[in-house]
Write a protein that binds this ligand. Structure first.
Ligand code: R5P
Length: 303
């Protein structure tokens, strides 16, 4: 097996290589003045199983194109099997037609990956558990929830005054799974509305579960983008008398002014993973990153 990294999240690829006691194989990436990329694989890969690690995070289109070119170069150079590790799978929220006339962008990305010759995909906490069914190649859908469960157990000695919270209906399966990992911890669900035109988020309050009398809430989600969902959820919980609010979310997508809004919010600390590289200008004091590199390495060892 040979390991390659695109430029979206090299620190994660380095960690995976270290966990596997391997070296990353080189990828030459040349960027022309007009922004086009030329990719070359200098090593021989004939009949090899090649693994490419590339997150489809911001800038999503550039990172996807780079992945397509790396896979194309590997296949043209004789690679036998290509596994694409795409820890954050961009466009996953556009997985069906919400309004007449829309594209299903996720399906377009899947078609592109399959047609350049990807044989297998490994990804984390996809927006919906049905997404793997849209592929025609095998998909391993990993989750950061075991990493979060471990962190929660290590950090909080007493969980009797704590409740898990999903900030919307879409996260019920996720919060339920984490509750099971933590010995059936109680959980609640907040009702959320997102205006499809403006993107504005509003809360309908606690939809199910009982947060009354609890001191601490842990909000669980798949991703944080603008931060709007988290801030609305935190405000809803504050109104219910919750004193301490922590967030556990897999993908730190962090668009626009999300980081500064989260830093000044009532949230005490946010735990995310390294599925997405967080550049220094998007880091903030309340943010902690947990690594999912060992989970990827363990999965690759099985292949
Ligand atoms: C949506 O349903 C997702 O699970 C996240 O809650 C959402 O994408 C987060 O986006 P934002 O941070 O922009 O509210």
């Amino acid at each position: 097996m040979k390991l390659f990294s695109g430029s979206a999240n090299r620190p994660l690829a380095v960690k995976v290589a270290k966990a596997l006691k391997m070296k990353l194989s080189p990828v030459d990436i040349h960027i022309f003045p007009d922004g086009e990329r030329r990719i070359q694989i200098p090593e021989k890969v004939v009949d090899e199983h090649c693994v490419v690690i590339q997150s489809a995070s911001t800038p999503v289109d550039t990172n996807y194109m780079e992945l397509f070119f790396i896979v194309d170069a590997l296949k043209r150079s004789g690679a036998e099997f290509v596994t694409a590790v795409v820890p954050y799978f961009g466009y996953q929220r556009q997985d069906h037609v919400f309004r007449d006339g829309e594209a299903v962008s996720l399906e377009v990305m899947i078609k592109m990956l399959e047609s350049v010759g990807v044989d297998k995909v490994i990804s984390f906490d996809m927006h919906s558990i049905r997404i793997p069914d849209l592929f025609h190649i095998p998909v391993t859908h990993l989750s950061a929830l075991p990493v979060f469960a471990q962190k929660i157990q290590d950090k909080f000695s007493d969980l009797s005054d704590t409740i898990l919270v999903s900030p919307d209906d879409g996260g019920i399966a996720r919060v339920k799974k984490l509750s099971e990992l933590l010995g059936n911890m109680p959980y609640a669900v907040i009702g959320k509305n997102r205006d499809l035109v403006t993107g504005a988020i509003t809360s309908e309050g606690i939809e199910s579960g009982n947060v009354k009398g609890k001191k601490r809430a842990l909000i669980i989600d798949d991703m944080i983008s603008s931060g709007g969902t988290m801030i609305v959820a935190a405000n809803t919980l504050k109104e219910q008398g919750i004193k301490e609010i922590y967030v556990f979310a897999t993908h730190p997508v962090f668009s626009i002014d999300g980081p500064s809004k989260l830093q000044t919010s009532s949230i005490k600390k946010l735990f995310v993973t390294n599925t997405v590289f967080v550049p220094s200008d998007k880091m903030f004091g309340k943010l902690r990153q947990l690594s999912i590199a060992d989970l990827i390495a363990a999965e690759l060892k099985e292949l």
